[in-house]
Write a protein that binds this ligand. Sequence first.
Ligand code: FAD
Length: 372
Amino acid sequence: MTRRHFHTIIIGGGPAGMGAAISLLKDKAEVCVIDKAVFPRDKTCAGLVTAKTYRLIRALFGDENTDGIFCCSANTIRLFDRSELLTESALRQPVRLVNRRHFDNALVEEYKRNGGTMLEGEKDLKIDYEKNTVTLSDGEALSYDYLLFADGALSMAHKELRVDRRGLAFGIEAYIPARQLEVSSVDLYFGYLNSGYIWVFPHGETVCVGAADQFRRGADYRKLLTGFLSELGVDPQGVRYVGAFLPYGELIPQNRLPENVMLLGDAGGFTDPISGEGLYMSMQSGIYAAQALGTPSPKKAYLDSMEFISRTVRDGKKVQKAFYSFPIQKTFLKKVRGKNRLVAYFFEEMVDEYHYEYRSVKQLLADYKKSK
Ligand SMILES: Cc1cc2nc3c(=O)[nH]c(=O)nc-3n(C[C@H](O)[C@H](O)[C@H](O)COP(=O)(O)OP(=O)(O)OC[C@H]3O[C@@H](n4cnc5c(N)ncnc54)[C@H](O)[C@@H]3O)c2cc1C
């Protein structure tokens, strides 16, 4: 029997995998995406889409085809110190939100519509880096020129690399019917967690309430969220919680993998260590990897194009420690109380867009003062 061969095999059909897969199809490459799940599938994620992410979504779907992808949008961001409302800032442009089950499925559908091969429900893959093969659960071996791991924070490639999972964060969330909790803004609550925050985001007919923090064995995140829901006046009885890991500032050293093997998105450790935002870095890493595969040194080209993102992760990790330590955070929250415009400026310039790096916060503040 002739073995099926693909230019690129991508393990994981989330935003990182699809970022690469859709881009590679545009270059007419033979691509195969393999996922352990059958789509549509759920993914624990608050679904906040920043302006920089929105641009990537438009690039992947084509500018005209993004209607119906978003579950809602918000024009205001509010910061809280526990229950105290500190700021309420109108944003220049709305922040969008996606339901990940729907969004990820739309990406997969777009990929399939463009002729991509997708193998779903493949829970037991075996990789042979020397033979360049991926063996499926039924024993069929597929060969590849390039192998991209886009299989999330607990990537199967991490075993080979002996990645220490203590660097991960853990996030938990619950979806509350909007009739029980009326929220139309993006709300961030500080003061509850040692190294993270609680969010309340509108999601159309539901509201996403979640928390993410540096993972600590034995921490009862469910209890924390139950208590928080009670504070909001929501009866926590019968609420369903879901949880997942996310990278939190530890880049995975992928040079130890063969030259034709790369890690994308969460599998590579690419999320923002302050906000936890991962959709942008995931899709962007997929797009960069696809562009790099056509060059003489693909891995170097990929990692070079990821340098800005990698620096954001490294710098963000340093800032994370200070930002989330209670005494510093208390001072910060005291300073921003009532400063609605400053918070909007910070969000628009450093979160919605990466116009400033974490190392340039002082510059941002100076520019803000000038802009007043
Ligand atoms: C609680 C929480 C809230 C978040 N909120 C936001 C937010 O509001 N905005 C934002 O930008 N980011 C957010 N993130 C981060 C974001 O969800 C991730 O960064 C993003 O999903 C990463 O995309 P990915 O494609 O790398 O991985 P994933 O989205 O995790 O996709 C990985 C895919 O690989 C498949 N897979 C896994 N293992 C295997 C295997 N062994 N074999 C085959 N397939 C496999 C999975 O089924 C999945 O389809 C949040 C994360 C968490 C945990």
